[in-house]
Design a protein around this ligand. Structure first.
Ligand code: GLV
Ligand code: MN
Ligand code: MN
Length: 412
């Protein structure tokens, strides 16, 4: 076999740009393809058409995950999957998720072009609702697939307009019945943080993914006049939210190995001269360290309770995601490392700060992730960018890793 088999960067970039045309909105610089929206549906249709052009057998499962599988020489063997997601946050770049899916498709295109046979089938996976912006929890497709969340409960999750996941899946035509049982899973992704770019390293060898906990909180007080209500007579949920957030920012700064974000906030009645009666907000707390993850979650809930009592507020809280820190199997991490080094690429081992479908696929099969640098660490933003050369390096490593697991290449 040709040791120097390489992916076609020009074609990969073209595919990324073509997919990145779907979800453009006036007044926004980036793409918005919220999970199971019309735009997500269009992106899925394009992906499926590309899978069919490569003669892949397309399967959609009950939570809408899409798999396109290329036959292996031994049909009894399970497929080696490569993939990520094609839904996006609001006003996103074109690489987050799409790079992993289209990098995988590019690997398949090269195998087809070269007529390379693999013992195991090899497939592309695009998981439903990785981002969790419209429906929570995030990584919903891989979480349900790995048995970490009941399908029926996922179907009932609703967006802010009251649309349920099952109806949204049906609306875009991706309520499937199929099932795929993978041999292994590889996820290629832009780092989305500053580590690799700062170090000038070509490939990130991902050791694991930090824990992610999400809450939705409705903190309730009493609407009152902004010009007449003395501080000690206020029941102000916005002040409570600000205190919670500032306190948690201080907590994570002292800890040094955790992060906390309030990324969504809505006030009622929402008027300049009215102390609000409601603060409806989200909390995102993360740590790679098991103890810090556990303690920080308790800290959020304890502080919320104390603040509510002291400020005369009431609240309802819902934990909308709770994913433990994950450490990938050593041999899978070593495979990525060795594959990158064999190509002559510089490497650095790191945990992922962002959530990924790999953290749940890890539960059901040997899993690994490959990172490439994000320029200035920017992501979840239209400013997200990765150099073409880095995109090529990452996809070459993906190709090599998949071929090892699929039974073609010798492990280096
Ligand atoms: C997904 O991108 C996340 O880390 O929130
Ligand atoms: Mn992603
Ligand atoms: Mn993302």
């Amino acid at each position: 076999m040709d040791e120097e088999l390489r992916i076609d960067t020009v074609r990969l970039l073209r595919s990324l740009n073509d997919l990145g045309k779907i979800g453009r909105r006036e007044g926004f610089k980036g793409v918005t393809r919220l999970a199971l929206s019309e735009e997500d549906g269009k992106a899925r249709d394009l992906l499926v058409s590309w899978m069919e052009e490569e003669d892949l057998a397309v399967t959609v499962d009950p939570i809408g995950n899409i798999f396109g599988v290329r036959e292996g020489t031994n049909p009894a063997l399970k497929p080696v999957l490569m993939g990520s997601h094609i839904d996006t946050v609001i006003d996103a770049g074109i690489y987050d998720g799409a790079y992993g899916v289209l990098g995988a498709l590019e690997v398949i295109r090269r195998l087809n072009e070269e007529g390379i046979e693999t013992r195991h089938p090899v497939g592309v996976a695009a998981f439903t609702n990785e981002e969790g912006v419209r429906f929570q929890p995030d990584m919903m497709g891989s979480l349900v697939k790995c048995g970490g969340y009941p399908l029926e409960k996922a179907y009932e999750r609703k967006d802010d307009e009251g649309v349920a996941v099952k109806d949204a899946l049906r609306n875009i035509g991706y309520l499937g019945k199929g099932k795929i049982d993978p041999e292994a899973y590889f996820e290629l992704h832009v780092e989305q943080g500053p580590v690799l770019h700062k170090r000038g390293v070509e490939i990130g060898v991902v050791e694991g993914v930090q824990g992610i906990a999400w809450w939705r909180v409705a903190l309730r007080g009493e609407a009152n006049h902004a010009g007449t209500t003395p501080l000690d007579m206020r029941k102000d949920p916005m002040a409570g939210t600000a205190e919670l957030y500032a306190g948690m920012l201080e907590y994570v700064a002292v800890k040094g190995n955790a992060l906390c974000t309030v990324g969504k906030l809505r006030l009622e009645p929402g008027a300049i001269n009215v102390v609000p009666s409601l603060a409806d907000f989200t909390v995102d707390y993360r740590s790679y360290d098991d103890a810090t993850f556990r303690e920080g979650k308790t800290e959020v809930e304890k502080r919320l309770g104390e603040i509510a009592v002291r400020r005369g507020l009431t609240y309802e809280k819902e934990t909308t995601a709770d994913a433990q820190p994950v450490h990938f199997r050593r041999e899978m991490v070593a495979l990525v490392d060795a594959s990158a080094k064999r190509r002559g690429y510089s490497t650095h081992r790191l945990p992922s700060g962002a959530g990924h479908d790999a953290q749940f696929m890890h539960v059901i099969c040997p899993t690994a992730m490959i990172f490439v640098p994000s320029i200035n660490g920017v992501s979840h933003s239209p400013g997200e960018k990765t150099e073409a050369a880095d995109l090529e390096h990452g996809a070459n490593v993906l190709l090599d890793c998949a071929l090892v697991k699929a039974g073609v290449k010798k492990e280096s």
